[in-house]
Write a protein that binds this ligand. Structure first.
Ligand code: CP3
Length: 343
C-alpha cells in the first residue's frame, strides 16, 4: 500500500487532535513473533541485546521495517533500570530477582537511579533509533509503573496471584509506600532522561493493576503513578498509562493527569471513554488472540474495536496486551493495513 509519512498521526491522537488516519502500533511489537528477532536472539542473550545500543536499536526498528506502524517503542525491559540500580536479576525469559526485596533495610539500601551513569546504553539506543527511524515515526520511551515493579521486586518471580506482593501491601504498608515512592522517583528520573535522549512520548506499564481492588489501588499504586507523572508533565511530551485488567480502576484513573489511557481487551472502549471523560485519549484494545483468527474474523474484531472507540479524535489502535510470540507476522500486516484503510 502506498503511504505517507507517519505524518504525526500518533502524536496528534495522543493530544486528541484530528489526524489523517487512525494510528496503530502493537504492544511488544519488537520481539519473538518476528523471525528476524528470533534469528538474532539465537546468537545473543536478551540481556545483551538490551545493553548493546546498536543491537537494541536494530531490534526496535525491526517491526517498523515490516509494517507501517505509527510509533516505535524502545526495545528494553521494565526491569532494566532496576538492574541499573544494582538489583540482581536474570531473564529466563521472564525476569527473576535473585534476592526479593521485602525488608526495610533492603528498601533503604536501594540507591537512586542516575540514568547517565546506570543505564547509559538505554539513552544511546534512543539516540541511535531516532537517527534511523523511517517515515519520521515517533519513538515511545517507557518504564514499569511503580506498583508493577514492586510486584516483581517483592515476589522475585512472576506468579499467578503475586501473593507475596499483595500480603506485603497489607503487612508492611509503610514499607510498601516507601518502596513505591522510591520507584516513582527512579522512574521519573529514568523517563526524563529518555526524553532528553530523544523519546517523543512516554508510556508507563501497569501490567499488574488487575491484582488490586479499588481501595488499595487508590491508596498505594495511584499516588505513586501520580508522583511519576507529575515529574514528567513539564517535559511536554504525551504521557500514556497502560493498565492491564484495569476495568474496575477506570473511575480512579479518570482524575489522573495523563494524556492517554491504555486499555486491555476486557473493557469496551466506548464505556472507558465515557468514564474517563473528554480530556483523555485511549489506546487499545484488540484481544491478542484475535490475530489467530481467519482474516475476515480478524477484521470483524478490529472493526468492533474501532466502532467502540468511535470517530472522535483520540484513539490509538493497539492490542489490549502484548502480542503473543506464536503470532503470524502476516496477520499483523493485515491488521495494520485494515486500521489505516478503515474510515
Ligand atoms: O516491543 C516492545 O514492546 C518493546 C520491548 C519490551 C519488552 N518488555 C521486551 C521483552 C517492553 C515494552 C517490555 C515491557 C515489559 N516487560 C512488561 C510490561 C508490558 C506487559 O507485557 O505487561 C512486563 C510485565 C515485562 C516483564 C517481562 N520481561 C516478562 C514477563 C518477560 C517474559 C516473557 C514475555 O512476555 O516476553 C520479559 C522478557 C522480555 N522482555 C522479552 C522481550 C522481547 C522476551 C525475552 C526473550 O527474547 O527471551
Amino acid at each position: 500500500m502506498a503511504r505517507r509519512m507517519s505524518d504525526g498521526a500518533f502524536l496528534a491522537a495522543c493530544r486528541r487532535q484530528p489526524a489523517a488516519h487512525r494510528p496503530v502500533w502493537i504492544m511488544r511489537q519488537a520481539g519473538r513473533y518476528l523471525p528476524e528477532y528470533r534469528e538474532l536472539r539465537a546468537r545473543v542473550e536478551f540481556e545483551t541485546l538490551t545493553r548493546t545500543p546498536e543491537l537494541a536499536a536494530e531490534v526496535t526498528l525491526q517491526p517498523l521495517k515490516r509494517f507501517e506502524l505509527d510509533a516505535a517503542i524502545l526495545f528494553s525491559d521494565i526491569m532494566t533500570p532496576l538492574q541499573g540500580m544494582g538489583v540482581g536479576l536474570s531473564f529466563e525469559p521472564a525476569p527473576i530477582v535473585r534476592e526479593p526485596i521485602r525488608t526495610r533495610a533492603q528498601i533503604e539500601a536501594l540507591p537512586a537511579l542516575e540514568p547517565k551513569r546506570d543505564v547509559p546504553f538505554v539513552l544511546e539506543t534512543i539516540r541511535l533509533v531516532r537517527a534511523d527511524l523511517p517515515r519520521a515515526t515517533p519513538l515511545i520511551g517507557f518504564a514499569g509503573a511503580p506498583f508493577t515493579l514492586l510486584c516483581y521486586l517483592v515476589c522475585g518471580r512472576p506468579s499467578k496471584e503475586f501473593a507475596p506482593a499483595r500480603t506485603f501491601l497489607y503487612a508492611q504498608p509503610e514499607d510498601a509506600e516507601r518502596l513505591l515512592t522510591h520507584l516513582a522517583d527512579a522512574m521519573a528520573a529514568y523517563l526524563s532522561a529518555q526524553v532528553a535522549a530523544g523519546a517523543q512520548a512516554l508510556m508507563l506499564f501497569e501490567s499488574w493493576a488487575g491484582l488490586l481492588g479499588v481501595p488499595e489501588y487508590t491508596r498505594l499504586a495511584l499516588p505513586a503513578v501520580r508522583r511519576t507523572l507529575a515529574a514528567l508533565r513539564p517535559l511536554g511530551v504525551p504521557l500514556i498509562y497502560y493498565l492491564n485488567q484495569g476495568s474496575a480502576l477506570m473511575g480512579a484513573v479518570a482524575g489522573l493527569d495523563v494524556d492517554v489511557v491504555g486499555v486491555d481487551w476486557r473493557s469496551p472502549l466506548g464505556e472507558v471513554r465515557r468514564v474517563l471523560g473528554p480530556d483523555k485519549a485511549v489506546q487499545g484494545n484488540l484481544d491478542p488472540a484475535a490475530l489467530f483468527a481467519p482474516p475476515a474474523e480478524l477484521t470483524r474484531a478490529a472493526a468492533a474495536v474501532i466502532a467502540e472507540a468511535g470517530a472522535a479524535p483520540g484513539h490509538i489502535f493497539n492490542l489490549g496486551h502484548g502480542i503473543w510470540p506464536d503470532t503470524d507476522p502476516d496477520a499483523v500486516a493485515r491488521l495494520v493495513d485494515f486500521v489505516h484503510e478503515h474510515e
